[in-house]
Design a protein around this ligand. Sequence first.
Ligand SMILES: *[C@@H]1O[C@H](CO)[C@@H](O)[C@H](O)[C@H]1NC(C)=O
Ligand SMILES: *[C@@H]1O[C@H](CO)[C@@H](O)[C@H](O)[C@H]1NC(C)=O
Ligand SMILES: *[C@@H]1O[C@H](CO)[C@@H](O)[C@H](O)[C@H]1NC(C)=O
Ligand SMILES: *[C@@H]1O[C@H](CO)[C@@H](O)[C@H](O)[C@H]1NC(C)=O
Ligand SMILES: *[C@@H]1O[C@H](CO)[C@@H](O)[C@H](O)[C@H]1NC(C)=O
Ligand SMILES: *[C@@H]1O[C@H](CO)[C@@H](O)[C@H](O)[C@H]1NC(C)=O
Length: 703
Amino acid sequence: MVRICMLTLFLLAMQFHWSYTHGSSDTIRKAYIVYMGKAPQSKSSAIDLHHNLLSSVVKNENVVSVFPSKMRKLHTTRSWDFLGMPQSVKRNHQIESNIIVGVLDTGIYIDAPSFDHKGFGPPPSKWKGTCQVGGNFTSCNNKVIGARFYNHGAPTSNPNPSPLDDEGHGSHTSSTIAGVTVAGASLYGLAKGTARGGVPSARIAVYKVCWVDGCSDIDLLAGFDDAISDGVDLISISIGGYSDSYFDDSISIGAFHAMKKGILTTCSAGNDGPSLYTVGNTAPWILTVGASGMDRQFRTLVKVGKGIQTYGFSINTFSPKRRLYPLTSAAKSANANLTLGHSPWLCDEGSLDANKVKGKIVLCKEGLIQDYVKPLGVSGAIVSLDQQQDTGFTFIIPAAFVDTNFGDKIDTYVNSTKNPQAVIYKSRAVRNAASPFVASFSSRGPNILSSTVIKPDITAPGIDILAAYSKLASVTGDLEDNRFGVYNIISGTSMACPHVTASAAYIKTFHPRWSPAAIKSALMTTASELKIKDVQAELAYGAGQIDPVRAVDPGLIYDLSEVDYIRFLCNEGYSGTALRFFTEGNTNCSSIPNIGGHDALNYPSMYLQLNNPNTSISAIFHRIVKNVGSKKAIYKATVKAPANLKVTVVPKELAFSHLNEKKSFAVVIKGPPLKNITSVSASLEWSDAKHKVRSPILIFLAN
Ligand SMILES: *[C@@H]1O[C@H](CO)[C@@H](O)[C@H](O)[C@H]1NC(C)=O
Ligand SMILES: *[C@@H]1O[C@H](CO)[C@@H](O)[C@H](O)[C@H]1NC(C)=O
Ligand SMILES: *[C@@H]1O[C@H](CO)[C@@H](O)[C@H](O)[C@H]1NC(C)=O
Ligand SMILES: *[C@@H]1O[C@H](CO)[C@@H](O)[C@H](O)[C@H]1NC(C)=O
Ligand SMILES: *[C@@H]1O[C@H](CO)[C@@H](O)[C@H](O)[C@H]1NC(C)=O
Ligand SMILES: *[C@@H]1O[C@H](CO)[C@@H](O)[C@H](O)[C@H]1NC(C)=O
């Protein structure tokens, strides 16, 4: 039998580097830049990711109303409470402690309190993995039961490579999944409260595949290979990249092999939104996760002169030492010798006169190079931005983003006042009434690799998430930053993915035998739509925001197995060697009945992509549901659709008389040509007295 490690050898030539999908400041190891719009084209994907996060933010419809939080006791890992999973949620602790989650990431900082193993017994007997000690990584424990590292594709300068996380990302994702409950966690007092993972009794197995230069395909495949044979139950990957096909994609191949062994792989969708066609990790056997915002976000109060103030965007851990600081603008403090065409507003290299900014808060527009202004001795920076933010950003100096409207007010105030003054306060948690909403940075569909499935599949919190971190990385990742801690607040689809991995693990504790597709179906059909007004809707959030507790009892599931995915691959034109990457054998597509297009997969969502605005809408989706709810049940179909779209379900009613009984049905969709409309959203919901099983339906006009 071909093992994936053989594929690993084959793929040696590819050396394609992936990068982790979170966009916070701490990815920016080399970029001491906060740049908007005209960012330099950098080779570092981390920088690009970050740049993108800042630059491509749309004028967001989800207007945030900002007011001080009324919550007395903030929960640090607020996300789990927000998702309806309080600490008191019903759990099978014993079964949960036998669940092993494999995390392919930057390794782990095992000394963080979130990975304390007090009270844990020895690893489950099925565990066959190892702990690769070395350097400063001296041992695993009964929480982090295994740790390995792979550095064949992305060499490290570290003479003693080990699974030790010196970047923070892997510790953050791992603790969001299975960190133990720790009281009094915070980032310099921000988000103070109890930190916990979604399945705090589960075990963590770490596969360090990412290094400073990224994560290579060869290391990813080796990590997959080991995770599968070590005996993990689920795999979580907050790593992204783009591929031309499912077979030149290590995550897609690895996840297929995991699926064959009953292991669900959950992946981040990417941080390249809000543009369409940006979603990654789109293979249908992967659970692809977009990021949403919670009801708690961080804002930084900026007060200028007497009376003007705004809640800016940043994660500012610095408390002002004075009531007010002198204020200036970049334009008024420009270097006298600035060359023509070099705007001082960007606060970039050489733009400012040190004598004029020393000790002052400086107003910049659309840009700031922190490592340039910090040594000039500024007291802080206010960065006016043309684009609305929905994510906190951590600076190395007191700073905040404000909108241009407020920035212009400051500009006028500075020019018309003798001794202009301002203060930037430490950030605080505020309630965001517009939640949940899709993060603007979250990558959008459609899936460029196949036009039959909506991607991303689902959404989970990924903005301003506090979780464990590595003390070996500063809070921002900047070398000038001397703040270090075992917690950090960061944002990205990387932070959303582990929420879904943990939810899948939670479901598995109630249904140990469910297939990866069944778990995925349960999460998708119990998710709820998010607030978003533009046409992107399902292309941004898929089936919607997860509801892990409801997903334990979904009523019906849309199941899938290996043969379905092979049929899908045959339909997509994969054959020969390409197909053998997945099937290991001699699959002959001609011998597999050809069920075409959107019927190839019994997927929990329905997607029709049209290429011509003049074509009438006409499609039939065939699906099969399995009863996993009540023994006897009658489900009725409810359709939500715009007036001119005719959606008929045949039959309208499904009567089940025993568990695991399967019933098939068809959804017939007819409508006029889309003409000048880009997409039409509808939905199908099967419901008995107890369950609601919802599938999004999306018709999209590709251009
Ligand atoms: C191990 O930790 C020590 C002390 O923190 C440090 O000086 C040393 O460089 C580290 N070694 C490695 C291999 O990371
Ligand atoms: C401009 O003047 C500053 C001092 O104000 C000096 O540090 C810098 O090197 C000068 N730049 C050029 C291009 O002459
Ligand atoms: C304030 O003064 C600066 C520099 O003198 C100038 O560039 C800017 O346009 C002025 N702003 C306003 C609002 O007049
Ligand atoms: C695949 O199956 C078809 C029909 O059964 C047959 O004609 C063809 O030769 C087979 N191809 C291979 C490569 O075995
Ligand atoms: C759709 O119809 C319009 C009007 O008849 C025509 O101008 C246009 O070229 C057609 N578009 C396509 C893609 O066929
Ligand atoms: C689409 O066309 C119809 C008329 O055919 C028009 O009433 C409507 O405003 C158009 N919608 C958009 C979004 O342009």
